[in-house]
Design a protein around this ligand. Structure first.
Ligand SMILES: [Zn+2]
Ligand SMILES: [Zn+2]
Length: 171
């Protein structure tokens, strides 16, 4: 992983322990140090009052204003339901090969906390994978499998397959 750089993890209006657990997951999967920031207040940026959802692209734009020299990536977690034009909802969004990514916990919830957290880790790792330039992968169980339903999220793992792993920066 790039020397002296951090993956920044920002939480807006989500539980702090979700962030702590997600930071641990990122360290394990990306071998990267993590810095996190936490805001108990959700933002109102990108809200569409007709759809009653937040525009994922606009939230991506919102977090793109943040930059630190030691920032390798910035991934933000929001509790809101996200959409993109032409899609009913998205679990997350990222700039392919870019710096910024967004994930929503809204549709990932399950009373079984272990399952709920695991889903968040998968979507975070998936969107970070896009930010590292990875596209969707068909290898069984790879976190870069496309998922547009909870069934698909649950069917994949939180790790990258060998082929995808080769593209990620090495520690
Ligand atoms: Zn994807
Ligand atoms: Zn893969």
């Amino acid at each position: 992983m790039s020397e002296g750089k951090f993956i920044y993890l920002a939480g807006f209006g989500i539980e702090k322990r979700i962030l702590l657990a997600t930071a641990k997951n990122i360290r394990e999967v990306f071998y990267s140090p993590v810095r996190f920031s936490y805001s108990s207040k959700p933002v109102s940026f990108g809200y569409d009052p007709v759809r009653k959802q937040y525009c994922a692209g606009k939230l991506l734009e919102y977090i793109s204003r943040v930059y630190f020299p030691d920032m390798l990536k910035l991934i933000a977690i929001f509790p809101f339901d996200l959409y993109e034009e032409g899609l009913n909802f998205v679990f997350g969004i990222a700039q392919l090969g870019g710096t910024y990514a967004v994930v929503s916990t809204y549709r990932l919830f399950d009373p079984n906390e272990r399952l709920y957290f695991e889903r968040i880790f998968k979507e975070v790792n998936h969107e970070l994978g896009h930010s590292f330039g990875l596209t969707h992968c068909k290898t069984l169980g790879c976190v870069m499998n496309f998922s547009n339903s909870l069934w698909e999220v649950d069917a994949k793992g939180r790790f990258f397959c060998e082929k995808c792993n080769k593209i990620l920066p090495k520690p």
